[in-house]
Each structure stands twice: as C-alpha cells, then as structure tokens.
Design a protein around this ligand. Structure first.
Ligand code: ADE
Length: 213
C-alpha cells in the first residue's frame, strides 16, 4: 500500500517514518510512505501556497492550484496499474470522524493521498472536487493535518497483511497486564501483581482476564 502525504512541513514526518515498525514495513515492501512538499508544485518565485480569503476575514487559506497539481501527479504514479483503488483524503476538523471502522475501510485501497491543511484552512474546492473524502480525528482543532495523517497511517498499516509479525499481536490485549517486578513501592506503598497471574492455573488466569477486560 502506498501513502503519499502532501504537506508544507514534510520534515515533520522524518523521525516518525524512520521509527522501527514503519521502517520495517517499508523494507518488507508492505507499504511505501512518502511525505511530499506542497511547494514543489508551485511555479512562482516565492513558492506561494496560501492567499487571502475572498470576502475578507483574518488569516490565510491554502490555495487550490498547488494541491490540484500535487494530487494529479501523485495519482498518475500508479495510474498504469489500478488508479481506481486510490483514495484522496483531506484532513479537517469539519470532516467525518475517523474510527477503527474507517481504518478497516481505508486499508482496502492501494494508495492513499493525504492532504494536510495548515493555516486557517483550505480553499473549499479541495474538499468539493479534489478529495474523495474529508476526515477528522476528533472534535478539537489541530495546527494542521500532519498529526491526523500519522494517526490514520498508524491505524491503517496495522491492518496490512504481514505488517505485524506473527510473534506480535495485531490487536492490543484488551485486559489488564503486568510484567516484572512482582512487587514495587509506589509513593511508599507496596504494589503487587495479582497473585493469580503468577501461578500456572490457566483456567483461573483466563477467568481473571475476562473480569479485567
Ligand atoms: N486539522 C485540524 N484539526 C483537525 C482534526 N481534528 N482532525 C483532522 N484534521 C485536522
């Protein structure tokens, strides 16, 4: 699966991209992740990506042309194969709420083109005519869509076949868990691991886990 991120701050993704799980997924050719600089699709001297809103108002809006060019050129990269399986996503707090169900749906595409908005917003024609859908990761306002893109990518890649090694679990345990030490002093009080987990009675352990899930 291919992820193409469009951002004016592509370097935000560098450390995160080199992080072990994502790097391993790329090495195993399960995914390909690229953070592109939107300014690469401008043709003026100042590489302008924003402008004042018509009708007045504070702040700047991201322009439609560079985003249109970026989307067109990134879509064409996989056109020879099956461009119908590409999905263009815009991030905005006004978008549809992203959930695990949405992640499952997105994991079926061959390519996600992720548009990260910044400034006060994005020319509405991006949402109306360029993006297939607009997603929000929650009811709060971020400085831009970059963190939202990371959230969505991390959730989707976990569903790709082979991304999670067989020795790891794709779904985090939904019950309380403990590891060593068996006992520790926290703020002067002895805090111990439940005794049942230290014994070998698997039936009792299963019951305990069910109760604490
Ligand atoms: N951009 C700003 N806030 C956002 C949010 N909550 N979700 C997605 N993109 C955003």
């Amino acid at each position: 699966m291919r992820f193409d991120i469009i951002s004016i701050f592509p370097e935000i993704f560098d450390g995160w991209l080199s992080q072990s799980l994502l790097a391993r997924g790329q090495k195993k050719k399960i995914l390909k992740l690229t953070a592109h600089n939107l300014r690469d699709w401008t043709d003026d001297k100042h590489k302008t990506v924003d402008d004042r809103p018509f009708g007045g108002g504070p702040g700047m809006l991201m322009k439609v042309e560079p985003i249109m060019k970026a989307v067109e050129s990134l879509k064409s990269k996989v056109k020879s194969k099956k461009s119908e399986k590409a999905r263009v996503i815009l991030f905005s707090p006004r978008g549809k709420k992203f959930t695990q169900t949405e992640a499952k749906r997105l994991a079926k595409y061959d390519q996600l083109i992720l548009i990260c908005g910044r400034y006060e917003g994005v020319d509405e024609r991006v949402a109306d005519y360029l993006a297939d859908e607009t997603l929000s990761i929650g009811d709060y306002v971020l400085n831009g869509g970059e963190v939202a893109a990371m959230v969505i990518i991390e959730t989707v890649v976990r569903m790709l076949p082979g991304f999670i090694a067989k020795t790891e679990s794709a779904v985090k345990a939904d019950h309380a868990q403990y590891t060593r030490p068996e006992e520790i002093l926290i703020a002067g009080k002895k805090r111990a691991v439940p005794k049942v987990l230290l014994g070998g009675d698997h039936k009792k352990i299963a019951l305990w886990r069910e109760k604490h899930s």
